[in-house]
Design a protein. Structure first.
Length: 242
């Protein structure tokens, strides 16, 4: 994501190293009668929803408690790492999703709220959550629905638990699950969000000195989705390479 030009080092990726995807929230009913996606939590990334169509809500669970945020066309909602969230579809909910840290969530920065026995080690967790990429769409859908329903079991237990102990235990288990991948994540962050911030710092320094070499490096980029209709955690996703 870092480019070299007449003005020195610059960042060539999307603004701030933010990743973009388009989401059609699942309309699959769950055992509680609610239609929607898989509850999960990000560990290092803030997430934002720009609602482009339809109607629904996002249920959230943090140490501050349980909340429901309505979503309709024009709504912008966001939340920070540690927020367990479940998207709910009420009428063809469509969202443009903005994710911090250059697509780090696609590299695994999310842990589903599976029951505790599935969170003991990465292999057990992976077996319960994997969607076979080369399988027919019907099999992928079955896998996505099965992991959604399994995650809802753990989610309900966390919502119904008294006191902070259950949520704290989930936080510890999630952190332990992702620990083996931190070196990989750190490199992605360095090439994305950190590189973007470093480039901005250099540009501010130049401008403060009355210089502007980076302006000669101006560039325009565009891309189409690298994949369409992927079975994601919350719905079908159109995703981009950057």
């Amino acid at each position: 994501m870092v480019s070299e030009g007449p003005g020195g080092a610059g960042f060539a990726g999307p603004p701030g190293g933010v990743a973009v995807s388009h989401l059609s929230v699942y309309d699959w009913p769950a055992v509680d009668g609610v239609c929607g996606g898989t509850p999960h939590m990000h560990l290092t990334c803030s997430e934002a929803y720009v609602v482009t169509g339809g109607r629904g809500a996002v249920q959230t669970l943090t140490t501050s408690g349980y909340e429901v945020t309505p979503l309709a066309a024009g709504t912008v909602a966001w939340f920070t790492p540690g927020t367990i969230h479940r998207l709910v579809d009420e009428d063809r909910l469509r969202i443009t999703v903005l994710m911090q840290n250059s697509g780090l969530p696609e590299a695994g920065d999310a842990v589903l709220t599976l029951p505790p026995e599935y969170l003991n080690d990465p292999e057990t967790y992976a077996r319960a959550t994997v969607i076979p990429a080369d399988a027919p769409a019907e099999e992928q859908e079955r896998a996505a629905r099965a992991r959604r329903d399994l995650a809802l079991q753990g989610y309900r237990a966390l919502r119904e638990a008294e006191g902070p102990q259950a949520l704290a235990a989930f936080h510890r288990a999630a952190a332990a699950l992702v620990r083996p991948r931190i070196a990989e994540w750190r490199e992605r962050w360095r090439q994305g969000a950190e590189a973007s911030a470093v480039a901005t710092a250099a540009q501010l320094d130049w401008l403060e000195r009355g210089e502007s070499p980076h302006l000669a490096d101006a560039a325009v980029s565009s891309e189409q989705p690298a994949a369409r209709g992927k079975f994601g955690m919350c719905g079908r996703l159109d995703v981009y390479a950057n």
